[in-house]
Design a protein around this ligand. Structure first.
Ligand code: IPM
Ligand code: MG
Length: 365
């Protein structure tokens, strides 16, 4: 018996509509092959919502997401909306969605695909030691959600952004870190800036307070600047990194790059229930929008994570991952993962989606 689920779909801006279109093609194929019904509910968010409704996330759009079983997102933002005030920017819609859905735990895998080892900017001997770690990023607190203010003091402008964390916020993300490590190789690295910041000292204290409950997990600490260096020096040392919102934003871009392309990395954002927000970690890339050259794989893998973590459809999620693997094995590449191109064929966004969907269909026979 198949399942029936509603998915709120946020195509967003820039390349968003193209990459989401391909992910839906793959989801439709999964639905077909496994007799599921996925009902898509379109949601406007980001620049497109500003243009249409004067608000990056109108309340009724948030409510559509809260009524859905899960949410799939492409990307939001673009230079067109650079001039709009901070609280009306496209990105603000995304932040309000994350807060509104209560998805405090953002999981971003950094894994090298063997087919793409040449696309990594790291030296081969570093890549060969293996890259397979997970960044668990706190997503609804910290400096992103503290007070933001710009005022005039003594004849000059002065801007403030507050980085604030409560023990409770740190504890719940800390637990996700330990639990994630427990399911992997049992090593958790807590990343902070406790040599300077109070919020980081509290972070470290809370993490160590939890350690006794997870005796099977080895907890280590690392300062964020050192972590940025270690990620390029020897990424094989990491299993799970748990860190606060802004550090996680920065480190996850770095981590994605060493795996070959930011276009490959999916993410899940979850709170206490099963409704999640799934999005590739890259942005809306307005410079290549509409050209059919974007890489849809990060979004397709996000849809795979949605099947696994929100709907419990592990076999289907495995199938999506294997389909990506197969298409890469066959040598098909979008421009961002072409590397030196030897033995590969360059294809566009649409063809990549079509081929992955076809691979899902073929596997099911
Ligand atoms: C990300 C993005 C967002 C973030 C932006 C678009 C607000 O960079 O998901 O990593 O900073 O969280
Ligand atoms: Mg980011």
């Amino acid at each position: 018996m198949g399942v029936r689920k509603t998915i709120a779909v946020i195509r967003g801006d820039g390349i968003g509509p193209e990459i989401v279109g391909e992910a839906l093609r793959v989801l439709d194929t999964v639905a077909n092959c496994y007799e599921h019904t996925f009902v898509y509910d379109d949601v406007d968010m980001g620049g497109v919502a500003i243009d249409k409704w004067g608000d990056p996330l109108p309340q009724e759009m948030l409510e559509k997401c809260l009524r859905s079983d899960s949410v799939l997102l492409g990307a939001v933002g673009g230079r067109k909306w650079d001039g709009v005030p901070g609280d009306k920017r496209p990105e603000k819609g995304l932040l309000r969605l994350r807060a509104g859905m209560g998805v405090y735990s953002n999981n971003r895998p950094a894994k090298i695909w063997k087919q793409l080892a040449d696309a990594s900017p790291l030296k081969r001997e570093i890549v060969e030691k293996g890259i397979d770690f997970m960044i668990v990023r706190e997503l609804t607190g910290g400096i992103y959600f503290g007070t933001h203010r710009t005022e005039e003091t003594d004849g000059q402008l002065c801007a403030t952004d507050v980085l604030r964390y409560t023990e409770r916020e740190i504890e719940r993300i800390g637990r996700i870190g330990f639990e994630t490590a427990r399911k992997r190789r049992g090593r958790l690295c807590s990343v902070e800036k406790s040599n300077v910041l109070d919020s980081s000292r509290l972070w470290k204290k809370v993490l160590h307070g939890l350690a006794a409950e997870y005796p099977d997990v080895e907890l280590t600490d690392m300062l964020v600047d050192n972590c940025a260096m270690q990620i390029v020096k020897d990424p094989s040392q990491f299993d799970v990194i748990v860190t606060e919102n802004m550090f996680g934003d920065i480190l996850s871009d770095e981590a994605s790059m060493i795996t070959g392309s930011i276009g490959m990395i999916p993410s899940s954002s979850l709170g206490d229930g099963t409704r999640g927000l799934y999005e590739p970690i890259h942005g809306s890339a307005p410079d290549i929008a509409g050209l059919d050259v974007a890489n849809p794989i990060g979004t397709i893998l996000s849809a795979g994570m949605l099947l696994r973590y929100s709907f419990g459809l592990d076999a289907e999620a495995d199938e999506v991952e294997r389909a990506v693997e197969r298409v890469l094995d066959e040598g098909y590449r979008t421009a961002d993962i072409l590397g030196d191109g030897v033995g590969c064929q360059k294809i566009g966004c649409r063809e990549m989606g079509t081929r992955i969907a076809q691979a899902v269909r073929d596997a099911k026979g």
